[in-house]
Structures are given as C-alpha cells and as structure tokens.
Design a protein around this ligand. Structure first.
Ligand code: ASP
Length: 421
C-alpha cells in the first residue's frame, strides 16, 4: 500500500514538473535576452547538465538491468518451447503493428498533403549528418554478437538480448549445477531494480530541466512553418495509440483499455520527457508488474526487445516524412514506392536505437529506398524534438500493449492487480 502511495505521488510530481518545465522554458525563451547568462549558464549549463545527468543515470541502468532481467526471465520461463512461443508471438505482433502504423501514417500524409505548396528554395536547409545506414543482410547478421562485451560497451541491444536469452536458457537447463551463477544474476537483478527506484526519485528534477531546456531553445515560432507535418504525425500517433492498440488490447484480452491507459500514463509521460525508449525499460517493467499484473517473466523479455525493435511511433514519423519530403521536392509517390516505404520503415524500426533522434538517422534509409533526397531530413530536423517526445511515448506503449496481450494469453497475468485502482 505504502509502495502504491509513493508511486502515485511520484507520477503526479513528474507531471507537475513537466508543466512547470514547459512554462519555465517558454519564460526563458521569450523573457530573457540571448546572451552569456541565458545561453551558456542557464540553458546549456544548468538545465543541460542536470537534465542530461538524469538521463545518463537512467541509461546507466539499462545494460546491466536488461541483461540480468533477461537472463532471469529466460531462466524462469525455463523450457524453450514456451520461450519460443512468447518470442514468435511477440515478434509477429511487433512487426504487424509497425507495418500498420506506417500504413496509417502514409494515408494521413496523402490526405493532408503536408509538403504541398512548400517552396523548397526558401527553406533554409542545414547540413545533415546522416550516418551510413546498414543494409538488410547486415542488420540481420548484427543480431549475433561477435563479442558480447563489445556489444555491451556499445549498448547494442539486439546482440545483448540474444546472448542473455541464451545464458538464461542454459542456466535453466543446468539447474543446480549452475546454482551460483543463477543466484548471482537473480541477486544482481534485485540490485538493479532497487537502483531503478532510487534513480526514479530524481525524475521530477530531471524532467523539469529536460523540458525547460527544450522549450527555451525551440519556443513556439519554430513549430509554425511545419505545423501541417506535425499535426499529421500527431494524428497518426494518436490513432495508433488510442485506437489501434486499444482495440487490439480489448479484442485479444477483454481488458479495459481506459484503465490500461490510465495506469500506463506515467510511463508515457516519462518517455515523452526523455525521448528515450531504452531509459523507460525499468519503469515500464515495474509498472506492468505492480499496476497491470504482468509477470516479469514475460515483460523482462518483451519490453527490452520492444524498446529495441518495435518503434511504431518512429515508423509513423517516417511515413509522414516520406510524403512531406516527396511533396516538398515535387516527387510523385507511386503504389510500389508506398509499399517499399512500408517495408523499409518497418525494418528501420528494428534498426532504430531507443535513444533520442535516431529515427531521423534511419529515416535516411527509408528515403533512399524510394529515391527521395535525404536532404529532406533537414526540413524536419528543427521540429523533430517535440515529435520525438511524442513518438517515443507511442513506441513504448506498443511494447506494453503487446506484452500485456502475450502475458494474458500465456496465463502469466494477475487480473486482481489489474483491477485494483
Ligand atoms: N527517440 C525514439 C525512442 O527512443 C527513437 C526515435 O524515433 O528517434 O524510442
């Protein structure tokens, strides 16, 4: 009970600091003249250091937490048959919802025509640093780690997931012969969960600084020219999050979607404030466990996997961006091109890391696949920050909905916890 009180208190605090941060950021943007104090000391000094310090704390948790919880999860699921079933179901759900998301985004883009009438000549294009995107064959191969320590050092989630699941399965198989190692991971897992809760206590301060910094640099003006593009992305995100997911949740589990959203909202807020799916993994697993009744056995596998490969929100941004760039540069989108975009954006979602702005980088892969100019990314870069926040919230909601559905169907679900307010 005390635990519950504390959690509710914390999420209210996070929400309040989100609002206060936005207000403070706007006040700084419009009320303070540019100069050493505002730019160097306040925005890029205090707000940057505290906000990013908090994000780093969350990021610090990710690799050890994911490894331990995956190893424990695979160990607990034990027999490979169940793990395989959960894995196949989860993968199927992730891929289908992402393809659906791109379809919705393209449809809205084609209805709204966000890029029509935009005179590309008058738009100031800035240099875009787009890293080489990896081909499909290599994306697949990279799932197998050549050196798991290198993957850990680089934060490459997929190879870490593969390795951890492998270790977990073997620990289950070896049983008492590997008791020391199993205990080690179980105990380390407890330490990481405790650490997560401690770091979360700092969330209100971190969120305030992150939001204040965003608003103090972007302000309102930056949004205006691209308002149609933004609204299209937002509309598609809303449809995916509040209609598609909720219908799927209801049809496949009969659970109350409103209740789900209400309970999951703090995690969405957190993802919104940080733009980082990876950093929300601990909180998401914890919320699904304590508020929804989803067993950690399932969530410790599906949530890190989802945060790594399932980015429906990102795919939506990319779908609308394709229409926007095509129209802005005067290209005609053929049906074949649209199908290609659905395929490549779904793959790009797998390759997008759950950290801020990576969706813009993998957008290059999507644009190139249909011959559109990657310079188009520069057009939407300036306003991507706010969309990144929104799409990250959708990204992690998709993971949670899938996890809940799989857990419910596999019987690893406690309905009493879900029903409790
Ligand atoms: N920020 C997103 C995430 O962490 C990824 C992206 O679309 O840039 O989920």
């Amino acid at each position: 009970m005390a635990e519950e009180k504390r959690t509710i208190g914390l999420s209210t605090k996070i929400f309040i600091s989100l609002l206060l941060g936005a207000a403070a950021g706007i006040a700084v943007n419009y009320g303070l003249p540019s100069g050493y104090f505002k730019d160097t000391i306040l925005v890029n000094g205090i707000l940057y250091v505290i906000g990013n310090g908090f994000i780093r704390l969350m990021q610090m948790l990710v690799i050890p937490l994911v490894m331990c919880s995956l190893i424990c999860g695979a160990m607990a699921i034990g027999d490979t048959k169940t793990l395989g079933k959960v894995g196949v179901k989860t993968l199927g759900f992730y891929l289908v919802t992402t393809a659906l998301a791109v379809g919705i985004a393209l449809t809205i883009g084609l209805l709204v025509h966000p890029g029509l009438g935009l005179n590309i000549d008058i738009v100031e294009t800035s240099e875009v640093a787009v890293s080489e995107s990896t081909g499909f064959a290599d994306t697949l191969l990279n799932i197998i780690p050549k050196n798991v320590f290198a993957s850990m050092a680089n934060g490459d989630m997929l190879p870490i997931i593969v390795f951890s699941v492998f270790v977990g399965i073997l620990l289950a198989k070896l049983g008492s012969r590997a008791k020391t190692v199993s205990n080690f991971f179980a105990q380390f897992n407890d330490i990481m969960m405790e650490m997560t809760m401690s770091v979360m206590e700092l969330a209100p301060i971190g969120v305030f600084c992150m939001i204040a910094k965003t608003f103090s640099t972007i302000g309102f003006d930056a949004f205006l020219p691209m308002i149609k593009y933004m609204l299209s992305v937002i509309a598609a995100l809303a449809i995916q999050c509040f209609i598609i997911y909720q219908v799927l949740l209801f049809l496949l589990t009969r659970l109350n979607p409103t209740k789900f959203i209400r309970k999951f909202f703090p995690v969405m807020q957190f993802a919104f404030s940080t733009s980082t799916s990876n950093a929300t993994i601990p909180l998401s697993i914890d919320t699904l466990d304590h508020k929804m009744g989803v067993s950690r056995k399932i969530s410790s596998f599906t949530i890190p996997l989802g945060a790594t490969i399932n980015m429906d929100g990102t795919a939506i941004m990319q779908g609308v961006a394709v229409v926007f760039v095509a129209e802005a540069y005067g290209y005609q989108l053929t049906p074949t091109m649209l199908l290609t975009v659905i395929a490549t954006a779904t793959l790009a979602s797998i390759g997008t890391a759950g950290v801020p702005s990576v969706g813009l980088v993998t957008l290059a892969m999507v644009l190139t696949s249909v011959g559109l100019p990657t310079e188009g990314i520069a057009l939407i870069m300036g306003i991507d920050r706010i969309l990144d926040m929104l799409r990250t919230a959708v990204n992690i909601t998709g993971d949670a909905v899938c996890t809940t559905i799989v857990a419910k169907q596999e019987g690893d679900f406690d309905i009493d916890v879900f029903n409790k307010d």
